[in-house]
Write a protein that binds this ligand. Structure first.
Ligand SMILES: [Zn+2]
Ligand SMILES: [Zn+2]
Length: 320
């Protein structure tokens, strides 16, 4: 089969790879779509030992069984089901889990092996091209917003960064009935798209001068993180969803003398999947706008280059 190898410095080779082998309690999934993600920039830049790609939709390959052809999403942590986190339903926090597309081969390939418990059935009314949104664009963002809802009432919110996670956050906040929304985004195309959702555009300076009960940090940049901590209101919540290699905080007087909640949120527990399907169903016309391009494996490198320039919102790799 064909699979992508990330060589570093933005280069991707499409290679002949060995067919995946299903281990005990695993199945082979033929990839139909794998969504590009900002977190893939790290493997893209550094090179990566396994095939990346972690927002995977496909079909189970199990000829002669009832499961054959089943439409599935791939839940990326290979959670153990036994530990304290798993027992509490926090499958995203299992310390024994490996992540598909990170430590195990992922979805920028024609097929991969997936543990059975990581298969998420996709209802028939969710089309192929929208299914991957249920993972990071909706799943990751909705989980962070639900965590924040434990400590702040729905109200005004600022989103820092309008990449896929920032835009997904804005759409989920709207879907969940939060109040007036604002966004900081330097890329004009992405900012304009956010404005088309009815979201107020703010410069970083203007945002920092206000106080928001909720700030979602989705830029993965130190400056964005500093802005989130400056703009969060007293007793508000700053939710960190963006990813980066490192994070440095400069403690200012404004930070020192403010009570606020800082929430780090990673992926989502399996138990939230059904609620996320309902969010997508109820607001499909909005979420659909995110999926703005597709390419096959051979076109993945060029698609990543356009994505990195901020010219695509949430494109998909669909193997030929
Ligand atoms: Zn992702
Ligand atoms: Zn576990």
């Amino acid at each position: 089969m064909k699979a992508a190898r990330f060589l570093g410095e933005g280069r991707i080779a499409i290679e002949d790879a060995a067919e995946p082998v299903a281990g005990p309690d695993e199945v082979i999934v033929d990839v139909a779509a794998c969504a590009l993600c900002g977190s893939d920039f790290r493997p893209l830049r550094q090179g990566w030992p396994v095939t990346p790609g972690h927002e995977i939709f496909g079909r189970v390959r199990a000829p002669g069984t009832a499961a054959h052809g089943q439409r599935v999403l791939v839940y990326i942590p290979t959670f153990c089901g036994q530990c304290a986190q798993c027992q509490a339903g926090r499958t995203n926090l299992c310390p024994r889990a490996e992540l598909l597309g990170w430590q195990r081969p992922g979805g920028y390939a024609q097929a991969l092996a997936v543990p059975r418990q990581c298969l998420l059935a996709v209802p028939d009314d969710i089309p192929d091209h929208l299914a991957p949104l249920l993972l990071d664009a909706i799943g990751t963002t909705a989980h962070g917003i639900r965590l924040a809802s434990r400590v702040v009432e729905p109200g005004a919110a600022l989103v820092v960064g309008a990449g896929p996670i920032g835009l997904g956050s804005l759409m989920v906040l709207q879907a969940l009935g939060w109040g007036k929304l604002a966004v900081c985004e330097p890329n004009p195309a992405r900012a304009n798209f956010a404005a088309s959702l009815g979201v107020e555009l703010l410069s970083a300076e203007a945002a920092a001068a206000r106080a928001f009960p909720l700030v979602i940090e989705a830029s993965g940049k130190d400056a964005g993180r500093a802005l989130a901590l400056a703009a969060v209101a007293p007793m508000g919540a700053a939710v960190q969803l963006g990813e980066s290699d490192q994070w440095q905080i400069t403690e200012t007087k404004a930070l020192r003398r403010k009570d606020f909640f800082l929430i780090r949120s990673f992926y989502f527990p399996l138990g939230e999947y059904q609620a996320n399907i309902e969010l997508l169903r109820a607001h499909r016309a909005t979420f659909e706008k995110l999926v703005d391009d597709t390419a096959d494996l051979a076109g993945l490198e060029a698609l990543f280059a356009a994505f990195a320039r901020g010219e695509r919102l949430k494109p998909l790799m669909c193997p030929a």
